[in-house]
Structures are given as C-alpha cells and as structure tokens.
Design a protein around this ligand. Structure first.
Ligand SMILES: [Zn+2]
Length: 361
C-alpha cells in the first residue's frame, strides 16, 4: 500500500483534549497551542544534511583548538612518544617548522611543556633564563608575532623537580606557600621570554594571585593567566607523565589535585581563581568531566578552557589502531561534546587531525 493511500483524513485523526474538556489534566495546556505532534514534527529539523548543518548548536572551530607541544633539552631530532601514538618530543631546533605546520592548518595557539636535562629539589631549571621553555619561547617569539601565534606556557615544577611533585617538598609534603614564589618566578621568566599566556597547573592555593602580582610588578600587565583551576587527580594522565618524565617519585598528587568524585569543590577552586584575578579558567580532564565543564560554564562568565588529556587521547588511539572505532568520527564527536558542554577553548592532542578534518583534508 502506498503512503498516499494510507494517509488518514484529518477528521479521523486523534486529537488531544483541550484544557476546557480536560480540566483535570492541566499539563495538557502546555501542548494545546498546537505545539505537539502531529503539527510538531521534530524530525523536520533533521530532514536534510544542509538543514542539519545550519542548525548545529555547537561547532568545533580550528581557532578554538590549542595544541600541546613537548620540547626537550639534549635531543637531536623528533622523538616519538610510545604512550601517545602520533605525538613526539621535539628539540628547540624543530619548533619553528612545527609551528609553521600548525599555522598552515589554522591552529594559532600552542601550550608548551619543557623537559629539562637537569632536575633538582627546587626546580631551578624551570625558571633559568636559558631553560628549555625560555629558549623555546624566545626562538618562537622572534619568528612569530603575538598576532600570528599565541604562546601558552605550562607553569609547574613537576618536570623540573627530582621528586616529580608540583611544588617544594618539605618533610615529605608539598608545601603550598613556599611553592608560590617558585611558580611566580617561573611565570615571570616565561613572560620575559615572550609568552602571551602563563598557565599555572600546580593546584596550589593562591597561585593565581602570586603570579598576577609578580607579573604586574615586573611590567607584564598584559600577560594573561589561564589557570588549571579545576585539575583532577586522574589516572588518565599517565601517558603524559611518561612523555614528560614528570611522574612523582614518591606518593601521589591527591593532596593538591581534586578528587574525581567532586564537582562542588571544583566550583570553589574556580571561584578562588576568579577572586585572584584569573583571565581564563580551565577544567582538566575534559571528556570524563563534561558535567564539571557545564557547571563551570553556567556559574562563571570567564572564558573556559577544557584540557582533553593524554589518557583520553590514548584510549581513542588504541581503539582506532585495533580497528574497533573510526578515529576521525570519534574525534569530531568527542570534541563537539566538549564544546556542547560549554568549553570555549579545547586543548587537545587531536588538534592537528581535527584541523585537517575541519579543513576537509
Ligand atoms: Zn605539576
């Protein structure tokens, strides 16, 4: 039987009772202005690919992506990171080419992580004038203006301390207040080299205020602070830690990073950063923490970054390499979901591939 032949005549169609007829069911009032089936057919909104495209509520734009770059002291060439297939550690000498490639793809922001050859208890190589990040930033700044490339630097001690913690250790514990001065010193040294944005990731109380004060005192009033405001203690960081050689030598980071069960506490952390003058707030990780991103989006008006971490990258990569999922579609779905949750900026190891997909390559 054809569809035409089976079409019922209008007078035979079932009709919802009007509020007058059905005063006991007041909820039907909502629907009686015609805003229900069959006059409303939500599937109309999805009837063609062009309409679906026009009505997309969130989009992944290349301009929202930030690519993490690992720069290492004492290596001669690109070194692939085993735990993160497709990612590499680079010597300073290859950075300019790397950034040129990113710019060709339309990616205009990087976040730099340094891997020094010298570590000590006080992370002194983290703020040395000739430190790995300082040299990397200076070189990039000579080549690319702030209008072309936004250079973000991670501000922490864990890659630079012999114990691998995100601060100064005293009596077996990370001491909050003595760490603040070190973080401020690292941030100023990055600003001095030409960083546009410094990104403290140590989860120390007062880190944003300490850094803001130091930057202002040193004349870097225009350098932004993007704080890892809600950074969780997550098992999803392990591929990064082997990449950046930053795993703690004893204990863990649970006394400063958030417990993964907590969301209200994350909002308090963000609120604290806001009071201290943060410019951009961040939630890390991203894909498993979309609810926290949404809560942060609803509670604060600050630009919001989401860091999709190494473990999230590795999970997708491992499944794709085994042929279990289609990598490109999963990548675009996950990044779109991070945007849908409310993030303005996405820091992701998939930035290059996503840019290629968006550019139709
Ligand atoms: Zn750290």
């Amino acid at each position: 039987m054809s569809m035409k032949g089976s079409k019922p005549k209008p007078q035979h169609q079932p009709r919802w009772p009007s509020p007058m007829e059905d005063s006991d069911h007041r909820s039907t009032r909502l629907h009686d202005d015609g805003s229900s089936f069959p006059s409303v057919r939500l599937r109309r909104l999805r009837r063609s690919s062009a309409i679906r495209d026009m009505l997309q509520e969130s989009r992944v734009d290349v301009g929202t992506l930030v690519y993490p770059v690992f720069v290492q002291e004492g290596i001669a060439g690109r070194e692939p990171i085993q735990s993160m297939p497709g990612q590499s550690r680079l010597p300073v000498s290859l950075l300019v080419d790397e950034v040129r490639h990113l710019l060709e793809l339309g990616i205009r922001a990087i976040i730099l992580f340094g891997i020094p050859s010298r570590k000590d208890e006080y992370a002194s190589s983290a703020y040395a004038e000739d430190g790995i990040v300082q040299r990397a930033v200076s070189m990039l700044r000579r080549e690319f203006s702030s209008d072309d490339l936004t250079i973000i630097t991670d501000v922490c001690t864990c890659q630079y301390t012999s114990h691998g913690h995100c601060g100064i250790v005293d009596g077996g514990r990370v001491d909050n207040d003595s760490t603040l001065g070190v973080l401020a010193r690292i941030a100023v040294s990055h600003a001095n080299a030409g960083a546009d944005i410094v990104a403290p990731s140590a989860m120390m109380d007062g880190q944003v205020r300490a850094i803001r004060d130091a930057l202002d005192d040193e004349g870097f009033k225009d350098v932004l602070i993007m704080s890892y405001s809600a950074k969780y203690s997550s098992s999803l960081y392990s591929p990064f830690r082997s990449a950046a050689d930053s795993a703690p030598r004893f204990g863990d980071r649970k006394s400063y990073q958030l417990h993964y069960t907590n969301a209200r506490e994350a909002l308090r952390e963000i609120e604290q950063d806001v009071r201290e003058g943060v410019d951009i707030i961040m939630v890390k990780p991203a894909i498993a923490y979309l609810d926290v991103i949404r809560l942060a989006r609803d509670a604060f008006r600050h630009p919001l970054a989401a860091y999709s971490v190494s473990g999230e990258y590795a999970l997708v990569k491992a499944a794709a390499l085994q042929g279990l999922i289609d990598e490109d579609s999963v990548v675009m779905e996950l990044l779109s979901c991070i945007r849908r949750a409310g993030a303005d900026i996405i820091i992701t190891y998939f930035a290059k591939r996503a840019a290629e997909i968006i550019n139709g390559r």
